[in-house]
Design a binder for this molecule. Structure first.
Ligand code: M6P
Ligand code: ZN
Length: 179
């Protein structure tokens, strides 16, 4: 089953069965290793460890789609996570759909409001404009989710790179805790 006969201009349905084809037909592929996340965790990750990969679909028009595959694991007691970012366009929101694994999304505003949501397969998360967002794999298998967002959103990594998120997701006594 091919989900994207002409992936730029043909309607597609991405399902729990065919989502691996999205990955295999993506046009852009980004790998983030421990060395790319230096300074993000409380402890430093192994530089060569792959933390996550992002597969972006070739689309036309105003909507972009990217699938993130976040590997299971921890750095110290902190679960593997994405860098996290604000959007350059403060009117641009984002929608995540979870396909596989167990995870969380942590969000915060520039004014210091924070929130977090658990994501399991089938769950959809809405990230309102103005909220920075980071994904965390709290499980033992790959955590895979699809993101859709306006092509003009832009990634603003600066504030998170400098100060981090207010909340971290860690394992304490075998339990997932937001601290
Ligand atoms: C999702 C989307 C992408 C983002 C990716 C990885 O797929 O939000 O825009 O690039 O996650 O997150 P980050 O860019 O914060 O490392
Ligand atoms: Zn985003």
């Amino acid at each position: 089953m091919i989900i994207m006969p002409d992936k730029k201009t043909w309607p597609v349905s991405i399902t729990p069965d065919n989502y691996p084809e999205f990955i295999s037909t993506s046009s852009e592929h980004l790998t983030r290793k421990g060395s790319d996340l230096a300074g993000y965790f409380e402890e430093e990750p192994e530089p060569d460890t792959v933390i996550y990969e992002v597969f972006e679909a070739e689309t036309v028009g105003h909507i972009k789609m990217a699938m993130t595959v976040l590997k299971p694991g921890k750095v110290g007691n902190e679960f593997h996570m994405t860098k996290g970012h604000f959007h350059e366009d403060d009117k641009a929101g984002e929608v995540y759909v979870c396909f596989k694994g167990q995870g969380m999304i942590v969000m915060q505003t520039k004014e210091g409001q924070t929130d977090e949501l658990r994501l399991t397969p089938g769950a959809l998360a809405y990230i309102p404009p103005g909220w920075a967002h980071r994904t965390i794999n709290t499980g033992t298998e790959d955590f895979i989710m699809l993101a859709t967002y306006p092509e003009t959103a832009g990634h603003d990594y600066g504030p998170i790179q400098e100060k981090g998120f207010i909340k971290r997701v860690v394992e304490i006594n075998g339990q997932v805790q937001v601290v």
